[in-house]
Design a protein around this ligand. Structure first.
Ligand SMILES: Nc1ncnc2c1ncn2[C@@H]1O[C@H](COP(=O)(O)OP(=O)(O)OP(=O)(O)O)[C@@H](O)[C@H]1O
Ligand SMILES: [Mg+2]
Length: 273
């Protein structure tokens, strides 16, 4: 299987704070890979290193075999790496449609100047292609009924979905999702989980997802990595990872409580007992 992303010995420091220490892992093309860990474990930091927002203090990152460690965040979309943010980053006064169009910005060949030669150049045709692609994503994420609505007026769950739409609009091969279900109710979470599985399976996007909801992580991930105090403490099959005593300690201290609700994962409970 081809490797999508390889993270090799990445450390990240902010002054005295060690956000990440010697983290290594690799993700295969087509994989749905989840990153879990307690608050402050370094999950967002590693995703920010992949997206180029943070530059590792040490170590390297390779995307499709190419060293991307020193590339700027703006270079990522062109390579096919897209992302959503832990805190919503939509343009609240713009329509859903326009918010999604923003996601295609880097794909626009025609800039402002050539755009003014609208009818003479290929700009009009290009715009049609973009609109069609955006409509496809709107259909896929069931956003038809709110396409003209101002993003800021939508419910939290819908806004998270619009943000996913915008990330999808740049047609990434690798998509980074930072807590796509945070703050959602049960139904919204179920919907979002289904969209993520579908964009992985139908659109063939490789997914890196940070998520706190263990039920969802167990359900949809192909593989799970656990960070704790900036270090990787486990990486593997979801059920095996959650049964790992190290992982259970990271979440529970020394207490012998259930990590996952027994109704959600009885087999993990038994094997870890
Ligand atoms: N820009 C920054 N400046 C200083 N310290 C930072 C910065 N970003 C992250 N940190 C620190 O790095 C550590 C890891 O933070 P990070 O946001 O990656 O954790 P997380 O696992 O995403 O946590 P959460 O589950 O709360 O989102 C924390 O101690 C945090 O305070
Ligand atoms: Mg975070």
């Amino acid at each position: 299987m081809a490797t999508s992303l390889e993270v090799r010995g990445v450390s990240l420091r902010f002054g005295g704070v060690r956000a990440l220490t010697d983290v290594s892992f690799a993700i295969n093309e087509g994989e749905l890979f989840s990153i879990i860990g307690p608050n402050g474990a370094g999950k967002t930091s590693i995703v920010n290193c992949i997206s180029g927002r943070y530059k590792p203090t040490e170590g390297q990152l390779f995307y499709q075999g190419r060293d991307i460690t020193g590339l700027t965040p703006n270079a990522r979309p062109k390579l096919g790496i897209g992302r959503t943010f832990q805190n919503l980053a939509l343009f609240h006064h713009m329509s859903v449609l326009d918010n999604i169009m923003v996601g295609r910005h880097h794909l626009l060949k025609n800039n402002f100047l050539t755009g003014s030669l609208y009818w003479l150049t290929g700009a009009r045709k290009e715009e049609l292609v973009h609109r069609r692609k955006v409509e496809e994503i709107i259909d896929f994420l069931d956003l038809q009924s709110v396409r003209k609505a101002q993003a800021g007026t939508l419910s939290y769950g819908l806004r998270k979905r619009v943000e996913l739409a915008r990330a999808m609009a740049l047609e990434p091969r690798l998509i980074l999702l930072d807590e796509p279900m945070a703050g959602m109710n049960f139904e919204e979470k179920e919907d979002m989980a289904r969209y993520i599985v579908d964009l992985n399976e139908e659109f063939g996007m490789t997914v890196v997802m940070i998520e706190h909801d263990m039920g969802v992580v167990m359900d949809i991930s192909h593989r799970v990595m656990v960070l704790d105090f900036g270090r990787k403490i486990a990486d593997g099959d979801p059920a095996a990872v959650l049964a790992d005593p190290h992982v259970r300690r990271a979440y529970l201290g020394e207490e012998d409580e259930a990590l996952v609700d027994p109704d959600d994962a009885p087999s993990v409970q038994e094997s870890a007992a």
